[in-house]
Design a protein around this ligand. Structure first.
Ligand code: BGC
Length: 738
């Protein structure tokens, strides 16, 4: 159902001044635990826990000098209240009874810290389609941050999956706004709703249209207004409706020619339309001005003060370029968010402790298990391990597991062959090879390992083995995009060489994004295990051997080839550098991002959105939709029967998609709801998914952004609901909205 795109307004207009910001690794602000002696914190108004966060923040601002107020406007002076010099930028000490705060990345877990859990990357978490796990991980991440002396978590991360080449794809939740919005909200809730004695700040990053790493600081994302709202802003809108992140981080890139951290979108969209009442913090070095940034809605500069120094703020105020109201509002937003999160009332412990635990590791393993997606099974899986059997294992990722990506997406890092990364190791990491060896030993089978660097030697080993398991990898993360969708370090050639001599070859992928699979027909099974964290070894072994039954589903489309992706032209990706040195990236695919593109263009992907196999088999039937109104709100129940037709108990992620009436101009169906359902062998369940327009994600899935009215509109006419185990769901029912 392809419809012609209307001429659309582009967001933003004004040209921005280009200032290149050097990027290094953000260091936590220097800590100084001391509060001035002799102050009774119970007696100061901003520590009155019975007052609202806003009143407490106001009381604090009222008790502050102008330069004490300025301290809240940059990370280091805000977070180290008694320190007075920041690389030559001087402040008075902060008013007493204000907390020390230490920021830390990020999406995966607590960064650059010994003794924490290396959770699987968020793309793996999203593949579980289990928001309870996102919530649990959030709670554990908060606890681990706090226990290791950090109480400001710069995460979760979210984006819209515009191109699978984007370096930070593993840090985000895939390509669907509803799935991403819900995983983001669950992560934020988890961060704030864990142990109240261990409070942390949370941060949604990066706002907005931060869809590539290539020239991320000197590129402009040029988006039509409708796609902006439906694709790029919607995950933020859902997350903000369903959770209360302390801050939102504005991104490096420009949007419509204006840098993210001085873009009118901050006031007009984020704080206006979305009614966000927390604070906006910049990405590291993403601020380019004082007055423009502050007046357009930036509240706090990350790291040390460069543009929000007392000197520059005083000058801007004297020149009438900024207002006192805006300065006060920025400080109040920061303070109120700190108070709401609990960091004012529960100080960091002076003696950080080991943060990880068996319980946290069990959740890391659960995510790796539920988040690994079985993409192909030609009857060979689960492996039937037996006495005397020989199993050949290939690839460096098997032996020294690639737990994570680069930079903000890393916690501990592997000391494996690819260089880069940090130097910490995951003490409790069990590589897949080790876990497979243990499983083989239990039944008297044997494992032989070959790194796969010499293809002939690998083929020799493969030839004499009963089963070959090849681990392919793609290491990716911050700072650069992928060049292509092939496996790194010769992984594709290794798989082909092994499969050519062993017709019982299974592939395990440790990647952060989609990959092409030129060898797919020659192998018997494929798992997408992502960057699966420290417990990936035991998790994938359990899945390969059938001790666990796969239930993961793809949160992003895997195209057959890079040529098929939505960004077809150079103007779309990577963009074209203009005379001013800005890479203009034209989001002309509009709404056709992710599966919406493949659906509308009729391009068959290698594996579609939502796809994933199980050792069980599921059948959908009797789909019915009953729309109704309850207290004036639109509601509907989607009912269907799910039958496990196999003799293995398993879990299916049932997905509900909705197609809007043609008049909406939507390119394809879209995800509206999903549910994980556990079914015993041969069991069936009559499932009812109740959807209410009171829930923002549901409401928006039934609407489109109308540029003429500049708002969301529910079209009238016939809607089709489809239910199934992937985007290819074909059990449908209709309902009409009048
Ligand atoms: C990243 C952010 C991160 C910040 C601080 C930047 O390079 O883009 O995601 O929070 O560094 O480490």
């Amino acid at each position: 159902m392809r419809t012609s795109r209307r001429r659309s307004r582009l967001l933003g207009a004004a040209a921005a001044v280009l200032i290149l910001s050097p990027l290094a690794v953000a260091l936590p602000a220097a800590a100084d635990p001391a509060q001035p002696d002799g102050v009774d914190c119970d007696a100061v108004a901003w520590m009155d826990e019975s007052a609202s966060a806003e009143d407490r923040a106001k009381a604090l601002v009222d008790a502050s000098t102008q330069h004490q107020i300025y301290r809240w406007l940059a990370e280091q002076p805000a977070n180290a209240p008694q320190q007075t010099d920041f690389d030559g930028v001087a402040y008075p000490a902060q008013v007493p009874c204000t907390p020390e705060v230490v920021y830390t990345d990020g999406p995966d877990g607590v960064r650059f810290t010994e003794g924490v859990t290396a959770f699987p990357a968020p793309i793996s978490l999203a593949s579980t389609w289990n928001t309870d796990l996102a919530y649990e991980k959030g709670q554990m991440q908060a606890q681990e941050s706090f226990d290791s002396g950090k109480n400001g978590v710069l995460g979760p991360g979210l984006a819209s999956g515009r191109t699978p080449l984007s370096g930070r794809t593993p840090e985000y939740f895939g390509e669907d706004p509803v799935l991403t919005g819900q995983f983001t909200a669950a992560s934020v809730d988890g961060l704030h709703e864990g142990d109240p004695r261990k409070p942390v700040l949370s941060d949604l990053k990066h706002y907005i249209a931060n869809e590539q790493e290539l020239d991320r600081e000197t590129s402009s994302s040029n988006i039509e207004e409708r796609a902006f709202h439906e694709i790029y802003a919607l995950p933020f809108e859902i997350a903000l409706a369903d959770s209360e992140p302390s801050s939102v981080m504005c991104s490096y890139n420009q949007i419509g020619g204006v840098y993210g951290c001085e873009n009118a979108l901050l006031n007009e969209h984020l704080k206006g339309e979305l009614d966000y009442d927390g604070y906006v913090v910049s990405d590291f070095g993403a601020v380019h001005s004082t007055a423009e940034a502050l007046m357009n809605g930036l509240d706090q500069e990350l790291n040390r003060p460069i543009h929000f120094t007392p000197e520059k703020l005083d000058a801007a105020l004297a020149a009438g370029e900024v207002t006192q109201d805006r300065i006060t509002s920025a400080a109040t937003r920061v303070i109120a968010a700190y108070i709401r999160s609990g960091v004012f009332d529960t100080p960091l412990s002076e003696t950080p402790s080991v943060a990880t635990s068996a319980e946290n590791k069990a959740v890391a393993r659960e995510i790796a298990e539920q988040g690994s997606v079985l993409l192909k099974n030609d009857g060979m899986l689960p492996l039937d391990l037996a006495e005397g059997q020989s199993i050949a294992v290939f690839g460096p990722a098997a032996a020294v597991q690639s737990t994570e990506g680069v930079s903000a997406s890393s916690v501990c890092s592997m000391a494996w062959a690819f260089g880069g990364g940090n130097t910490l190791t995951c003490e409790d990491l069990v590589a897949p090879l080790e876990a497979l060896e243990a499983a083989a030993e239990d039944v008297g089978a044997s494992v032989v390992y070959n790194p796969g660097t010499d293809l002939e030697a690998a083929a020799d080993v493969a030839q004499s083995a009963d089963v070959a398991i090849v681990f392919g990898h793609q290491r990716m993360g911050e700072f650069s995009d992928l060049d292509d969708l092939s496996l790194q370090d010769g992984g594709d050639a290794l798989i082909s060489a092994v499969a050519a001599v062993n017709d019982s070859t299974v592939v395990v992928l440790n990647t952060g994004s989609a990959v092409e699979m030129p060898w797919l027909d020659s192998v018997r099974g494929v798992f997408a295990g992502w960057l699966g964290g420290e417990q990936f070894g035991p998790a994938i072994t359990a899945l390969l051997t059938g001790e666990a039954n796969p239930s993961g589903k793809l949160p992003m489309t895997f195209p057959r080839s890079l040529e098929d992706v939505p960004t077809q032209t150079e103007e779309q990706y990577p963009g074209v550098v203009d005379e001013a040195g800005i890479r203009q990236v034209d989001y002309s695919e509009g709404l056709e991002v992710g599966y919406r593109w493949y659906e509308s263009q009729g391009i068959e992907p290698l594996f579609g959105f939502g796809y994933g196999l199980s050792y069980s088999e599921f059948e959908y039937s009797k789909v019915r939709v009953t729309p109704r109104r309850s207290n004036g709100e639109r509601e509907m129940s989607v009912r269907f029967r799910l039958t496990n037709t196999s003799d293995v108990a398993g879990t299916e992620v049932a997905q509900v998609y909705v197609t809007l009436p043609d008049s909406s101009g939507e390119p394809s169906k879209r995800l509206i709801a999903f549910k994980r359902l556990e079914l015993g062998a041969g069991e069936h369940q009559n499932v009812s998914v109740r959807l209410s327009a009171k829930d923002l994600a549901t409401l928006r899935a039934l609407q489109y952004w109308d540029e003429d009215v500049e708002g969301w509109v529910t079209p009238s006419g016939e809607f089709t609901v489809e239910v199934g185990g992937s985007i290819d769901a074909d059990h449908s029912a209709e309902f009409v909205v009048r």
